[in-house]
Design a protein. Structure first.
Ligand SMILES: [Cu+2]
Length: 391
């Protein structure tokens, strides 16, 4: 029954369309083809002007709607030293491209309206115009030079590697489906060597236990870092592409299997300071950012406010599989004292999991800590086949 009705409807609609076509044709004959064409051109030109106004209005409304997501909005301020230079490059680029976008859209639709087909008007044949060529080459060239040089400058500054003689903390993040394995160097300040052939259930990073630098390395579940200290993150992956992303610190780098990458940054705001900023009140005692004063659990007004529960986070920014969203880790930026406190509570992975097992090369000798530390660097076994070095 439904099928029959649908078929009848379709037939009727086709008849109507055909009839409208016939009526238009007849009207055209009565009024003259040119007249009809002229009116149609005018109508379409006006439609395009209306479209332009609505389209630009929608652009501005959506820009306003998403203004709190923009980098210049208070709670989005970067928490690392290099962050503001990246942010200003983003904002300058957005300003110039936004300006060009609005001007070119207005011109596009205005010209379509102004030069619509009209009786007696002939298209102008203009094969070449040096003045125009110069204008539309030089202006974009100047703007692009400004943007590209500025961007390159910021990039070189941000991506500069550490000087081996300066003081920095090196940590390591290894992405796998679907989590981050974090590693800290322990008291010697050096990450031990790894070999992918040593990866096993108890040795998730393939650490070479004959390398004394590995014996004090520990695997925390959160990233703890002291404020104001330079940090170098060694970034690797165990299976597919991941991406080490610390959005609040403007740190983002691919984690590639077999090819360590790195990122250097200096946290400048502690977690506590950032929470206070999000929860700040203005002179009238009202919250500056009301959305951060909402309870974490909307159904429980007694639950902590969003700014109180805020934490920096590490996320994966490369769609790496179905558990991609679960690759979150908390990042805590603390004072030097709190950091030392936390460090002293960490147990080396070797101590907690490897020591005394079959994986332990010192099982028989029960290598004392002091002996391990006094081993000279040269005594370290050569493993040239390792895919990843501590360089
Ligand atoms: Cu991932």
């Amino acid at each position: 029954m439904t099928a029959l009705l649908a078929t009848i409807c379709l037939i009727l609609i086709s008849i109507i369309v055909v009839q409208i076509g016939k009526v238009t044709e007849l009207a055209g004959k009565i009024r003259g083809e040119e007249e009809v064409q002229e009116q149609s051109n005018k109508r379409h030109a006006n439609y395009s002007l209306i479209f332009m106004v609505l389209f630009l209005a929608a652009t501005l409304v959506s820009a306003w709607y998403y203004k709190d997501s923009m980098l210049w909005y208070g709670p989005n301020e970067s928490a690392s030293e290099h962050g503001s230079s990246l942010d200003s490059i983003f904002n300058i680029t957005l300003f110039f491209t936004g300006l060009v976008f609005i001007i070119t859209q207005i011109l596009l639709f205005y010209f379509a309206w102004k030069y619509r087909g009209q009786r007696g008007r002939k298209a102008l044949y203009m094969p070449h115009d040096n003045r125009l060529e110069v204008i539309w080459t030089v202006i974009p060239a100047i703007v692009m030079t400004f943007l590209v040089v500025g961007g390159l400058d910021a990039w070189n500054e941000v991506m500069a590697d550490v000087d081996p003689n300066e003081e920095y903390i090196e940590i390591e993040g290894t992405g796998y489906q679907f989590a981050w394995h974090l590693r800290y160097p322990g008291p010697d300040g050096k990450l031990g060597t790894r070999d992918y052939r040593l990866v096993s259930g108890t040795n998730p990073l393939g650490q070479d236990w004959t390398d004394p630098k590995n014996l004090d390395d520990f695997h925390p579940s959160e990233i703890y870092l002291p404020v104001g200290k330079k940090v170098r993150v060694r970034i690797t992956a165990r299976d597919v592409l991941h991406n080490f992303y610390l959005p609040h610190f403007r740190v983002k780098m691919d984690a590639v299997p077999g090819m360590p990458t790195y990122f250097v940054f200096t946290p400048k705001t502690t977690t506590e300071e950032y929470r206070r900023k999000l929860g700040a009140l203005n002179l009238n005692g009202e919250p500056m950012y009301p959305e951060w004063h909402e309870p974490v659990d909307p159904s429980d007004p007694e639950s902590p406010k969003k700014f109180e529960a805020f934490d920096f986070e590490l996320a994966c920014a490369e769609l790496c599989g179905e558990g991609h969203y679960a690759m979150r880790r908390v990042v805590k930026i603390v004072s030097e004292g709190e950091y030392q406190d936390w460090l002293s509570k960490q147990q080396p992975y070797y101590e907690s999991t490897i020591k005394g097992t079959d994986d332990d090369p010192y099982k028989e000798e029960a290598a004392p800590e002091s002996e391990v530390e006094s081993q000279p660097e040269e005594a370290e076994p050569e493993t040239p086949q390792t895919t990843e070095t501590t360089e």
